[in-house]
Design a protein around this ligand. Structure first.
Ligand code: SF4
Length: 329
């Protein structure tokens, strides 16, 4: 089955054949001498109330995909649809609506919070930008949001540097839910936090998702982190999605050799259970000149002759599981 047939219907978010290439410029005249093919034909969707985990090693294009969806980067090709509407063709007032409906939380909570603003003003800023509540109401609204994310409203007049990393991430989360968005894109939201704090933040995200009926795109490099939050998981390698499955299915029956290698690297709590670690050979190739055929072939222990010359397409193994690999053709 082709990729076009797999991703159909009306979803909250629908990304179709997204490409983002960055030019490499050289010389006095800044001529384009090549392209970094950061995202090359990514199709994915997020349904209402769903969390899609997007996982892969650093540099695989997952954050670039997120930034294209947020319109922080202009896609080179492809379509991004929110509730069926193509967001590349929207006018400025529709863009304002889009910014209300789609929010983001990034890895480093400190750099995304203005150090000169009190955290109360940071969390209340979206109300002012979108002119939603009268100024007299905003303080009360912000206090509510602080409670929702487990912070004391008395802290509203403090500044970002007075908080720990976990608390700062809670402030960023409070700001992201202020406008009651439909979709939040989390880009490595817990990677900079201690493991114990990670679990607390992930539990908070779960609670907020239920309470506000949110949908998430959760970007991470670590499969063990997305396991706890995702309904489905998409695995990315060198600018392409190589496998998509329901969370339980991906962990119990990983099909793509790259997914298997990523999963084998997750430490298991019960050391008596033996698990063979798959060590990937070599480095991730450069997205400037990606390998021919299957991009994973130079590192794949199961590579066949065809893998060097032909590119595998996404095939449906069953309704909830798709993989892009010749082993399953
Ligand atoms: Fe390995 Fe070939 Fe499958 Fe690529 S297509 S993952 S090289 S077996």
């Amino acid at each position: 089955m082709s990729e076009e047939l797999i991703f159909h219907g009306e979803h909250l978010l629908d990304v179709q054949r997204l490409k983002k290439f960055f030019p490499i410029k050289k010389g006095v005249f800044r001529r384009t001498v090549g392209w970094v093919q950061a995202v090359d034909g990514v199709s994915l969707h997020v349904d209402k109330g769903e969390t899609l985990g997007l996982v892969g090693e650093s540099g695989c294009g997952k954050s670039t995909t997120g930034k294209c969806i947020l319109r922080l980067l202009e896609p080179t090709e492809g379509d991004i649809l929110l509730e069926g509407k193509n967001i590349s063709a929207i006018n400025p007032s529709e863009m304002k609506q889009f910014r209300r409906k789609v929010q983001a939380v990034f890895q480093d909570p400190y750099s995304s919070l203005n150090p000169r603003m009190s955290v109360g003003n940071i969390v209340g800023e979206p109300f002012k930008v979108h002119d939603i509540h009268p100024s007299s109401d905003i303080r009360e609204r912000v206090a509510d949001l602080f409670k929702k994310v487990g912070l004391r409203p008395e802290y509203m007049s403090r500044y970002p540097h007075e908080f720990s990393g976990g608390q700062r991430q809670r402030i960023g989360i409070a700001r992201s839910i202020a406008l009651r968005p439909d979709l939040i894109i989390f880009d490595e939201p817990v990677s900079a936090l201690d493991v114990s704090i990670q679990a607390q933040v992930i539990n908070l995200l779960d609670d907020l998702k239920q309470e506000f009926k949110l949908s998430y795109l959760f970007i991470a490099h670590d499969l063990s982190v997305v396991e706890h939050v995702s309904d489905r998981i998409a695995v990315m390698y060198l600018g392409k999605i190589v496998e998509v499955a329901k969370d339980t299915e991906l962990y119990s029956n990983p099909l793509h050799p790259y997914t298997r290698a990523l999963l084998s690297a997750i430490p298991i709590p019960e050391p008596k259970q033996k698990k063979k670690r798959i060590i990937l050979q070599g480095e991730v190739p450069s997205p400037i000149n990606p390998p021919s055929g299957c991009r994973f072939h130079p590192r794949c222990s199961e590579a066949m002759k065809i893998c060097k010359h032909e590119e595998p397409i996404m095939s449906a193994i069953d309704h909830h599981h798709q993989v892009s690999c010749f082993l399953y053709r």
